[in-house]
Design a protein around this ligand. Structure first.
Ligand SMILES: [Zn+2]
Ligand SMILES: [Zn+2]
Length: 126
């Protein structure tokens, strides 16, 4: 893969060779500067083969956030009565919390906090 910065980057069309920064294999490219990592490492680590930068592409990020929020929604009990909610141990937040605290949840996701913990800390916070 090639990141946004490198797409359309001006290169010299000539063969050049170097070594993959990840696995040390010889890399031959048809342009200068030479790619920093080989094709298979680029795919495996999801890094740009040209500059070696890690780039999570936008659609992957969006999907990750969507999944996280779906899990959060599953932990909310807006449709259950209080007794039932207390029993199953879920949270009595309204779904609007996902909108008002959106940035907080996204931060939690990036810090690898589970949706359950994210809501737990939010409860302790209030
Ligand atoms: Zn490699
Ligand atoms: Zn790049």
């Amino acid at each position: 893969m090639v990141c946004k910065n490198c797409t359309g980057m001006l290169v010299l069309w000539a063969f050049s060779n170097g070594k993959c920064e990840k696995c040390g294999v010889d890399v031959v490219t048809s342009h200068i500067p030479c790619d920093k990592v080989c094709d298979s490492c680029s795919e495996q680590y999801e890094i740009c083969k040209q500059c070696g930068e890690e780039k999570e592409d936008e659609s992957a990020t969006k999907l990750r956030i969507e999944r996280y929020f779906n899990k959060l929604r599953g932990l909310l009990c807006c449709n259950t009565d209080e007794a039932e909610a207390a029993e199953s141990g879920c949270y009595l937040f309204d779904e609007s919390i996902l909108e008002t605290e959106k940035q907080y949840f996204i931060d939690c996701m990036y810090n690898n906090l589970s949706p359950y913990k994210a809501l737990l800390f939010l409860t302790l916070d209030k």
